[in-house]
Design a protein around this ligand. Structure first.
Ligand SMILES: Nc1ncnc2c1ncn2[C@@H]1O[C@H](COP(=O)(O)OP(=O)(O)OP(=O)(O)O)[C@@H](O)[C@H]1O
Length: 610
């Protein structure tokens, strides 16, 4: 009977044999059940490259996804049969303790160079002094011939970067730096020229042979050079095997004996692909012959191979660096990315400067003195040379000032939320890949990123309020100015946390962004500015307490008018119920709430890798 691997089985084998028996996979749809994998048995032995070949739609990627545990039993997909490593069943989480999966789309951080990407993985995965990490990175760069582009940015939507082939090799290099005991690759040669494809397979072969690693890949059209390097071949037609076993002369002999003889000077891979694809009527008629011969001539041998495969318990290769180091490298990388990313950093700075001056001009001096004199006045105030006294208000000033305060309460929150709601989903695939490769854990990743966002956005409200507070002519008190800035900072932090929450909740940046607007806009009328909160119907008035705008607006209004003798005092007429520090406390609680939700959904998103 099979047993699930336990962490106790650490002192054991690093030679991994992946086996599967009677594997069936089907998906349900409105049109019925579609069988994709139809009861196959197989083995991917250690120290070899196993290549899965077949025409498009044969089920290669599905098989790879099953072996890498990306496909699980759900209400819409049925998976049957046994998938084991060294005779033990394994979970998705256990899989990533000893093996890595390089998916077809190369998921890398766009704003890092090739070398930086590899160094990041090495810092977190390679134990020992810096010199050893440099050696590993240099070795991988050399192995995959990445010398020329090692200092070029990966690139993506906003930045021009390395070529597709270099990207693919970097992606593979990233996993090689982690030195897994097994590596699975979905079409590692797609989009590569024949020479680069040869280099990639050659290096993977070296990795398998020299280090006794298990390499499993799907491949579409291997050149004859590549064909000769494949140790073990699995040929798939319509979710079943028609051949499985050693490549080269063995596979030729097998098909020669069946009467399918590869013509002289023809690439065997091309020939076998030509007899497999099911668009040709002759091939469709031949399919039963392939299957019958496989069952009678090959299956028994495969079953014996499975029976005799390595059964030593798996040695887990998982080794995290300390939480502090994980946090440190995440912070370092996030700072690097922010400094390089044109939309994130420069746009933010330009936005805060232009918006503060723009708003300052619109609401200039409500009510009061000339701006120039106000700055002098402010300096004297800081030096405690005069007492701040409130300018007299009129009803129009109060209206304009409250409009400004409300605009800030809503604008600062959304301005901080939107970039995070966009960037978190954009980075999601990189996070999932790296977390799955056990580079770091969720907590240091999450708090490392959040730390950088909070620190970098800390400065924004300070710049903003330093310009706008005095231009607009808010209460002339240094303490009031500091409190105003604090509320802005809290709003900004709440916006970031809400952006994290939306970003962790949705996979797609566009959806996250759109939903963020949809969810936050309905809170606006409840903040007390558009409608006095005392006049809200009792069945809906609780809604105001869920809104950060409410607390921010109340804190702003109380801060502004707490010393005025203007009648009616806006604190009463606007029904400001919270003390200003109480409002700040609620903003802090909301921040913690958003962070907790974001973290919860980030944990959940691990499952979406499947
Ligand atoms: N979740 C799914 N729902 C419906 N059909 C699916 C699903 N997954 C795979 N299929 C179908 O199963 C068949 C095998 O898909 P798979 O991606 O494994 O093929 P493949 O051999 O890797 O093809 P290609 O070489 O084109 O990538 C295809 O016809 C595909 O459309």
């Amino acid at each position: 009977m099979s047993k699930v691997i336990s962490q106790e089985s650490i002192n054991s084998s690093s030679l991994l044999d992946f086996t599967f028996s009677n594997l069936k996979y089907s998906v349900k749809s409105s049109k019925g059940v579609k069988e994709i994998i139809k009861g196959v048995d197989g083995i991917c032995p250690n120290s070899q490259i196993t290549a899965i070949l077949g025409s498009s739609g044969a089920g290669k990627t599905s098989l790879l996804n099953i072996l890498t545990k990306r496909i699980q039993n759900t209400s819409k997909q049925i998976l049957e049969g046994k998938v084991q490593v060294n005779g033990n069943e394994y979970t998705a989480d256990q899989f990533s303790n000893f093996a890595n999966y390089v998916m077809q789309n190369d998921i890398l951080m766009e704003t890092m160079t090739v070398r930086e990407c590899l160094e990041f993985a090495a810092c977190l995965k390679v134990k020992g002094p810096q010199q050893k990490r440099d050696e590993v990175v240099n070795e991988v760069i050399k192995l995959l011939m990445l010398e020329k582009c090692q200092n070029t940015l990966i690139g993506g939507h906003f930045v021009k970067g390395i070529s597709g082939g270099e990207r693919k090799r970097t992606s593979i290099g990233y996993e090689l730096v982690c030195d897994p005991q097994a590596i699975f690759l979905d079409e590692p040669t797609s989009g590569l020229d024949s020479f680069t494809a040869y280099i990639v397979i050659n290096r993977l072969r070296k990795f398998a042979h020299d280090k006794n690693r298990t390499v499993v890949l799907t491949i579409h059209q291997p050149s004859s050079d590549i064909w000769q390097m494949l140790d073990r071949i699995m040929l798939m037609v319509n979710g079943r095997f028609i051949y499985q076993g050693p490549g080269n002369s063995e596979i030729s002999n097998y098909f020669n004996n069946l009467g399918f003889i590869c013509p002289h000077l023809c690439n065997p891979a091309d020939y076998y692909m030509s007899i497999m694809h099911q668009e040709n009527e002759q091939n469709v008629r031949n399919a039963p012959i392939y299957f019958q011969n496989y069952d009678s001539l090959v299956l028994k041998r495969v079953e014996d191979e499975i029976e005799n495969s390595n059964k030593l318990p798996v040695r887990f290769n998982v080794s995290y660096s300390s939480i502090f180091l994980q946090f440190y490298y995440i912070v370092k990388r996030t700072v690097q990315i922010q400094l390089r990313s044109p939309i994130l950093f420069k746009a933010k700075l330009a936005q805060v400067l232009s918006l503060s001056v723009f708003l300052g001009l619109i609401y200039l001096q409500l009510p009061g003195k000339k701006y120039f004199f106000k700055i002098i006045y402010f300096n004297l105030l800081i030096l405690n040379q005069i007492d701040g006294k409130n300018d007299p208000y009129n009803i129009n000033d109060v209206r304009n000032k409250n409009g400004f305060l409300f605009f800030l309460a809503s604008g600062a929150f959304m301005e901080a939320m939107n970039p995070c709601a966009l960037t978190i989903p954009l980075e999601r695939q990189v996070f999932l890949r790296e977390e799955n490769s056990k580079l770091y854990k969720i907590i240091p990743y999450f708090f490392g990123k959040l730390f950088v966002d909070l620190v970098s956005d800390f400065i924004i409200p300070i710049i903003f309020s330093s310009i706008v507070y005095w231009m607009v002519g808010l209460r002339e008190s240094f303490e009031a100015f500091l409190f105003f800035t604090l509320v802005l900072i809290m709003l900004q932090f709440n916006g970031i946390a809400a952006g994290y929450f939306e970003g962790c909740l949705f996979k797609d940046p566009d959806t996250a962004f759109a939903v963020a607007q949809l969810v936050t806009v309905p809170f606006l009328p409840f903040s007390g500015y558009y409608k006095n909160s005392a006049d809200l119907a009792s069945w809906i008035s609780w809604f105001q307490y869920l809104s950060p705008y409410t607390y921010a607006y109340q804190a702003f209004v109380r801060n502004e008018y707490e010393q005025t003798h203007f009648i009616p005092n806006p604190i009463d007429s606007e029904n400001i119920e919270f003390h200003k520090w109480e409002a700040v406390g609620y903003l802090a609680l909301m921040f913690l709430g958003f962070i907790t939700l974001a973290l919860f959904f980030l944990y959940r998103s691990k499952k979406t890798l499947q």
